[in-house]
Design a protein around this ligand. Structure first.
Ligand code: AMP
Ligand code: GLY
Length: 418
């Protein structure tokens, strides 16, 4: 099978790497890719937001399966353009990607499907904002309705800060604060059949001890020893399947990856958000443990034949990924810093260094984004995976960069409380 991965980030590198190791895959192409993806795929200089250009590239290359990585092209309808050209594509239609593209839309679908989530008000005026903030009280949760690359949400006790954030958005969702640990559960679906992957935990705040601003994610690990035993079944039954069924009922079936961000609150499990694509960096950890050929799952979802693929097989042990972020991330990431030590990190047993925001400038590898690298490691258990990943982080030098030192630490210590 010939495959084409669309995107430039760590998630796309992890997907391309898994496809390159998949015995059913003969060719991996990527557009536009990054220097890490270039090690495992042939790169093509095509704008990932241009559906017609992506479809044409797939036709020219004789691609069997296109995988659209990020949310922006999905919301823009790039998967629709590829599908219209008669090529199998993993990724929802633009209409179905509204589950991620609009938080207000996601709330409507959840209400119709009776999916447990935070109570919320959609607000368009300052008066509505003030009323909603006072109805819920602190801590205030204010979300930009549209796509914002993980930076559209603030959680604060400062009422003025909440009002200021809302004033910067056209439409906001203000919702009830959810306490408790967060879990990411991804499902692959063809619009009818739902296949859950391993649950993972992401670390959204920039600094150790969950301090600092929200980011796109600073690290992740899987599986979750501390999660309730029936978690995956429960989320399938009460969240994923009803949502997929409701999308089909509306005439906009969701086929691709449905990402449920969940909070394990004192009053039970609640959906924090839906995304319409693989999470970054959770995907790096999850794919490290996937034993079933990735192409079989993605192709099954793309062609409505997922029921024939069956449940995936997983390696035993644990996987962990730690993000190395550039100086100033997330507020104002600096670009152009030299990256050193990759070969030493990659040489550590069980470690893959995944490129997220890198570029080659005059033959030298430099930073080109906020999240620069994600160091992914497998181990017999979480302690071994952590030790390997952090040995990889220590081997890499980027001036001014920062990485959290506590990814999966509480899980390893057994101190997460439900
Ligand atoms: P979202 O983009 O909706 O996932 O929000 C980003 C992050 O903000 C989440 O991962 C949570 O850490 C936090 N967050 C979002 N909604 C809530 C909520 N209702 N209560 C508490 N924290 C939240
Ligand atoms: N890791 C969070 C996200 O992909 O949205």
């Amino acid at each position: 099978m010939k495959t084409l991965v669309i995107g430039t980030g760590g998630r796309e590198h992890a997907l391309a790497l898994a496809l390159s190791r998949d015995p059913q895959v003969t060719e991996v192409h990527a557009a536009p890719g990054n220097p890490g993806i270039a090690d495992v795929a042939t790169l093509h200089d095509v704008d990932p937001m241009d559906g017609a250009a992506v479809a044409q590239l797939a036709v020219d290359l004789g691609i069997d399966l296109v995988v659209v990585g990020p949310e922006a092209p999905l919301v823009a309808g790039v998967a629709d353009a590829v599908r219209a050209a008669g090529i199998a594509v993993f990724g929802p239609s633009g209409a179905a990607a509204q589950l991620e593209g609009s938080k207000a839309f996601a709330k409507q679908v959840m209400a119709a499907a009776e999916v447990p989530t935070a109570l919320a008000h959609v607000c368009e005026t300052a008066a509505e904002v003030a009323a909603a903030l006072d109805a819920f009280g602190a801590p205030y949760v204010v979300k930009d309705d549209g796509l914002a690359a993980g930076k559209g949400v603030i959680v604060t006790n400062d009422r003025q800060e909440a009002i200021d954030h809302a004033a910067g958005c056209e439409r906001v969702v203000i919702e009830e604060y959810l306490d408790g640990p967060e879990i990411s559960l991804f499902a692959i679906t063809d619009g009818v059949t739902v296949i859950p992957l391993l649950p993972a935990q992401d670390f959204k705040r920039a600094y150790d001890n969950d301090e600092g601003p929200n980011t796109g994610g600073m690290g992740a690990y899987t599986p979750l020893d501390w999660a309730p035993e029936d978690l995956v079944l429960d989320v399938c039954r009460r969240v994923l399947q009803p949502t997929v069924d409701e999308m089909a009922r509306r005439g906009t079936p969701f086929a691709g990856l449905l990402y449920a961000g969940l909070a394990m609150t004192s009053r039970g499990m609640r959906v924090v958000e839906f995304n319409a694509r693989f999470g970054d960096p959770e995907t790096q950890a999850i794919l490290a443990l996937l034993e079933t050929p990735l192409s079989a799952l993605l192709y099954g979802a793309a062609t409505g034949t997922l029921a024939e693929v069956g449940m995936p097989h997983w390696r035993s042990g644990a996987a962990l990924t730690v993000v190395i972020a550039s100086q100033g991330y997330p507020q104002s990431p600096r670009k152009g810093d030299r990256i050193e030590g990759l070969a030493a990190a990659n040489a550590i047993e069980g470690v893959d260094v995944i490129h997220a925001g890198t570029a080659l400038v005059d033959g030298e590898l430099v930073t080109a984004g906020g999240r620069v690298l994600t160091v992914t490691a497998m181990g017999a258990d979480l302690a071994e995976a952590r030790a390997r990943a952090y040995a990889g982080v220590a081997a890499i030098t980027i001036e001014g960069s920062h990485a959290r030192t506590d990814i999966a630490l509480k899980a390893q210590q057994g101190t997460i409380e439900l």
